[in-house]
Ligand binder design. Structure first.
Ligand code: SAH
Length: 241
């Protein structure tokens, strides 16, 4: 599903920030946590400003690359400058428009789950999903189906590079016991973004721990390898056939 322009708060923030050098507050709301702010500047991070595991992921990219949920295109631009053949997709039309203006040559408004899109005719040697890109799957029970779709796009010896985060620590007491009392898995979150008068749709988002990711990947014939752990429960993973 592609977002409608008036329901695309993150795209509006990205568009404003690129065109005027500033943006209003982009607020991330959820039932579980207090309101949080995502500064638009973060989405325009240069390579030197990226966390270490994102720089590692960029270094490992090879061949034909698909940047899934590319946002403002920060990773696509770095890879393109290195001479890689990059395709960037996002469900946010304003983000895609901004990516094109920033110089991303192949940027398309597309949902990665849409099997009909010509631009998504693989195979790709690398699928890149950064800033918790596996979150797009939304729910733990949908993760195998999501990974299986990514596998369809992948060349036989291709790789998926993605990061996620184990958010168990949020619900742990001092002894490490899990205090989560929700219905499902503790990494399942519902979000809504708000930018000025623009309110986006509510959407499901998934933070998954490595062990559950490994199991979901194995169930669709993918092997998961932990490549790097970040300082606060984030990790970078590579999935291959
Ligand atoms: N990768 C970028 C942006 C991450 S935010 C960065 O690291 O800065 C996640 C992005 O995924 C958002 O721009 C959102 O619009 C996009 N997205 C969400 N669901 C998607 C889907 N089904 N297909 C493609 N992109 C999607």
């Amino acid at each position: 599903m592609i977002l409608k322009e008036h329901h695309d708060p993150m795209g509006a923030a990205i568009w404003d920030y690129f065109h005027s050098g500033e943006a209003e507050r982009l607020v991330v709301q959820s039932d579980m946590f207090e309101d949080d702010e995502l500064p638009a500047a973060c989405l325009f991070r240069a390579e030197a400003e990226m966390p270490a595991w994102e720089r590692t992921a960029l270094r490992l990219c090879r061949g034909r690359v698909l940047d899934v949920g590319a946002g403002a295109g920060c990773h696509s631009l770095v890879l393109q400058e290195r001479g890689l053949d990059v395709t960037a997709i996002d469900i946010s039309p304003l983000s895609v428009q901004t990516m094109r203006e920033r110089g991303v040559r192949r940027a398309f408004a597309a949902d990665v789950m849409d099997g009909e899109r010509e631009e998504l005719a693989g195979p790709f040697d690398t699928l890149l999903l950064l800033m918790n890109g596996l979150g797009i799957s939304g729910r733990l029970h949908r993760l195998p189906q999501f990974l299986s779709r990514l596998k369809e796009l992948l060349a036989p010896d291709g790789q998926i590079l993605a990061d996620s985060s184990d958010i168990r620590y949020i619900y742990e007491d001092e002894d490490g016991a899990l205090l989560y009392d929700g219905d499902g898995y503790y990494g399942e979150v519902d979000y809504q973004m708000v930018y000025g008068h623009c309110r986006g749709p509510r959407f499901h988002w998934l933070y998954v721990d490595f062990e559950r990711l490994r199991e979901a990947a194995a169930s669709v014939g993918l092997q998961a390898e932990m490549l790097e752990a970040g300082p606060s429960h984030e990790y970078l993973v590579r999935l291959c056939r």
